[in-house]
Write a protein that binds this ligand. Sequence first.
Ligand SMILES: Nc1ncnc2c1ncn2[C@@H]1O[C@H](COP(=O)(O)OP(=O)(O)O)[C@@H](O)[C@H]1O
Ligand SMILES: [Mg+2]
Length: 393
Amino acid sequence: MDKARLLIIDHMHVNDLKERLGKTQEFLVIGATENPDLGFTIAERHQPEVILLDIDLPGNEGTSWAELFSMEFPMSSLLLVTASDSKKVLRLALQVGAKGVLNLPMEDDKLVRTVQKAVQQDKRRRELFSVQRKTKPQFKTIVVFNTKGGVGKTTLSLSLGVAIRHITGKRIAAIDLDLFSGNLALMAGIPWKYSIKDVVDDINGLDRETLDSYLTEHPSGLKILPSPMRPEFAGFIHAEHVETILGLMSEAFNYVIVDTPTYLHDTAIPALEEARDILVVTTLDLAAIQNMKQCIDLLSTLAMKPKIRVVVNRLGYTGGLKTKDLEDELGMKVLTVIPSNEKAATDAVNLGIPLITSAKGSLTARRIEELATKMLASDDHPGAVPGLLSARR
Ligand SMILES: Nc1ncnc2c1ncn2[C@@H]1O[C@H](COP(=O)(O)OP(=O)(O)O)[C@@H](O)[C@H]1O
Ligand SMILES: [Mg+2]
């Protein structure tokens, strides 16, 4: 028999509940966190049978989270967890359609019975409704790639992250895999305490929640995992670490944007493998085109050609070269062309403001927004992005 999957979101009793429910044969705890925001993303990803939600969350947020979970996950049985036995909780449970209240402390057998009951109710509901949700939640890793520097990979990683966060309001993360000389966090203009090196130091004890605590939040809500503070730390980070980190990030965030270095390093391979889209960013000049061809050959060797989306950035004076020339040379369509905006780009770096914000209203910012929208749209219609991948592939 399949185990019933439980998600526990609790501020005070998370470890206790996880241990007591996790040791039974019939339940599988697929997530246990103090953070309701992270819990929400795990629920989207796994659609657990039962969600145990702490109603005594700090800041009186329990009620609104209960309403949100009950609305967004009608197929999961919601159990409210509380340490108070006030009637208010019962009333709230009725109001939001929760399947029960766990009044802690509670004996093991009663706890198990209450959850079992919720599992049964969930089963019945799932049988009744074959269509689970109107809209499928989206999860995706986007790698911004090119073995050429100065084309705008970091600029676009940051601006795309901010744009996707703005459009969706979901949990979005950006990770800097330019391990020797990354500047994603610097460009974001945020002071940061931890980098990927700290995450790797803690790799054995790492889970979604601890990983989250190493990320620094940008005012837009985008969460950033910076590259090591010092280049000599880069050697401590191996491909298998990146694989573990990205695996956890893809569970804890709806969208993960990966910025990559100019050189090809084995640490980039797990990112390319995890990617749903590989945005190969280029400028429009002969040297860049030559480099692009090498990049595409390389990705083809790795059987990753179907994931490639070509983006032209910093378009200004091209000496007569056209986007069409690039398309002909590569045998692929260009997804988006982003015009150059020197002033906004310089301000962006110097002031630590994402280009999408520093160039707000300009064609450059609008094109980046369009790119973000295309990245989101391609979730629902894989391969249906206009101009994506020419038939000549
Ligand atoms: N659309 C743009 N218009 C003008 N300058 C840009 C644009 N995008 C990026 N830049 C500038 O190009 C330089 C390189 O960008 P960066 O993102 O660091 O590239 P990469 O990460 O590929 O090395 C930076 O000075 C940045 O401000
Ligand atoms: Mg860069």
